[in-house]
Ligand binder design. Structure first.
Ligand SMILES: *Cc1c(COP(=O)(O)O)cnc(C)c1O
Length: 511
């Protein structure tokens, strides 16, 4: 038996590459630690006459007491939040191999620039003449993104990849409607991210699933029979979620375009192409970027997302409004006179704080740096694949991968251990688990995206953890079934957590 809190001697000691020995997650709510009478502030006595709230506020806005208001001292509140802040799994603590999500390091220079007063303190409703620096920077960012991915225009408004998809498919729909065409279907490969069919369905389209070939990519023969005048377009992710380059994309785009359809590109995997291939040159008409993936803005709980959308010129009339434009005198302004626009998607320009970070990253890296980061991301994924392929089964066989590699659970056959068990055990070793059970066409998928941020030493450490866990799966499966062990909460009932989430504390809930 392996002691659940120690590691095999083959596993490197904590040091380079490993974040922590296990993650530690549990903290009472402020409501639970409340002590009646405790106060977190003290104000001097007012030197003006007291004002009776009842004399200035209507009755409906008055109350005697705030129910369940937590009472704590200032240090108690500070410690509560500081403790929780140290329990985050974050890319600043260690490798975060969440496939398809590009959890790469966020350079600190981004934060510095985003905090410059001209960016951070500009009110969204400030007069445009007084915001030229900021608007000009946004214009620069949209031009850089258009250049990186090969598009004619970029809108920065959407607040995430998913909203970018929604915007993109709305533009596709507006394009067909403007031509007087009623198209009802969208083709989507069976490896697609769930947001693709959701974006199509939200636009009222029926989604048709296209089977991926045995070699993990799409083939013109699968598309040809489905493509017709009733199909608005095809949504495609390149490289796809198996980490493979869609080699037939140009030919597939021709088939779709010949029948009047458009190609939507899911740009979440741009980290495998940046500086090397441009989606716009491969036949894609419209594509979202995920600034929080490819362009190093915070991801997940670290900040809001940002999902700009690049388009080819024929979709220009339908861009969300307002559209950033340049005057003849060089000034930048917001154009609201857009009769064919799909409308507004965000209260203002979008999540501007994220855009200043992404712009900083692009300027900092320059064209050569962006290309080099792509090369390193692809090299790292192939290194992980090569080091693990004798013990784990690559879903893509011997083909070189792009920026991520996907394993099936075939190697666990006969062990009574699942991909979920392996993922949970990784937490004990200090790693956020990779993406699991996606893409759906791979049985028990484990999808690893190391990104270019990791050194060889860091990858070796992660690989050692996976190999050690694979040994444990054979020697002591029970250990894995109950993992994680080094966390305050061990294995949770995920079905119950999803079906009956407890989102709000209430007196006596006791949970
Ligand atoms: C992350 C992702 C999305 C959705 O992007 P969000 O920014 O999370 O909304 C869509 N498709 C793929 C392939 C992704 O990895």
């Amino acid at each position: 038996m392996t002691d659940s809190t120690t590691f095999p001697s083959t596993y490197p000691a904590a040091g380079v590459g490993i974040a922590t020995r296990g993650m530690s997650l549990e903290e009472p709510l402020l409501f639970e630690s409340s002590r009646p009478g405790a106060v977190g502030y003290s104000l001097p006595k007012a030197d003006v006459p007291d004002c009776d709230p009842a004399s200035v506020l209507p009755d409906e806005f008055l109350r005697e007491d705030i129910p369940n208001f937590p009472e704590l001292s200032e240090p108690e509140v500070v410690r509560h939040f500081t403790r929780m802040s140290t329990w985050n799994a974050a890319v600043d603590l260690g490798l975060y191999p969440l496939g398809s999500c590009t959890m790469k390091y966020n350079p600190k220079v981004n934060e510095r620039v985003a905090r410059l007063s001209g960016f951070a303190n500009t009110h969204p409703l400030q007069a445009q003449e007084l915001s030229q620096g900021l608007l000009g920077s946004m214009m620069d960012l949209s031009e850089y993104l258009a250049e990186v991915a090969g598009f004619d225009h970029v809108t920065l408004q959407p607040a995430a990849g998913a909203q970018g998809e929604l915007a993109g498919v709305m533009m596709i729909r507006a394009y067909h409607e403007a031509r007087g065409e009623q198209r009802t279907k969208i083709l989507i490969p069976d490896t697609a991210h769930g947001t693709n069919p959701a974006s199509a369905a939200l636009n009222g389209y029926d989604t048709i699933s296209i089977p991926t070939g045995d070699d993990g990519i799409l083939h013109p023969e699968a598309i040809e029979p489905l493509m017709g005048p009733d199909v608005a377009g095809l949504m495609i992710t390149n490289p796809n979620t198996l980490g493979l380059f869609e080699e037939n994309l140009v030919e597939i785009a021709k088939i779709v375009h010949n029948q009047g359809g458009l190609i939507y590109g899911d740009g979440a995997n741009l980290n495998a192409l940046m500086g090397i291939a441009r989606p716009g040159d491969l036949g894609i008409d419209v594509m979202h970027f995920n600034l929080h993936k490819t362009f190093t803005t915070p991801h997940g709980g670290g900040g809001p997302g940002s999902g700009p959308v690049g388009i080819k010129a024929h979709l220009e009339p339908f861009l969300p409004k307002p559209v950033l434009r340049t005057h003849e005198d060089g000034g930048v302004f917001l154009d609201n006179d857009r009769p064919q626009s799909i409308g507004r998607l965000h209260g203002n320009l979008g999540n501007v704080g994220m855009m200043t970070r992404a712009l900083t990253y692009i300027r900092f890296m320059g064209p050569d740096g962006l290309k080099r980061s792509t090369e390193m991301a692809v090299l790292n994924a192939n290194y992980v694949a090569a080091r693990l392929k004798d013990r784990f089964v690559l879903a893509t066989g011997d083909r070189p991968v792009m920026h991520e590699c996907v394993f099936s659970d075939e190697h666990l056959e006969g062990t009574d251990v699942t991909t979920m068990d392996v993922a949970k055990r990784l937490i004990d070793y200090g790693y956020h688990p990779p993406t699991t059970y996606f893409p759906l066409i791979v049985h028990g998928a484990l999808m690893i995206e190391p990104t270019e941020s990791e050194s060889r030493e860091s990858l070796d450490c992660f690989i050692a953890a996976l190999l050690a866990i694979d040994d444990e799966a054979r020697r002591d499966p029970g250990l894995l079934h109950k993992a994680p062990h080094n966390t305050r909460l061990t294995r949770l009932d995920e079905t119950r957590a999803a079906r009956k989430p407890i989102l709000r504390w209430s007196p006596g809930s006791g949970e």
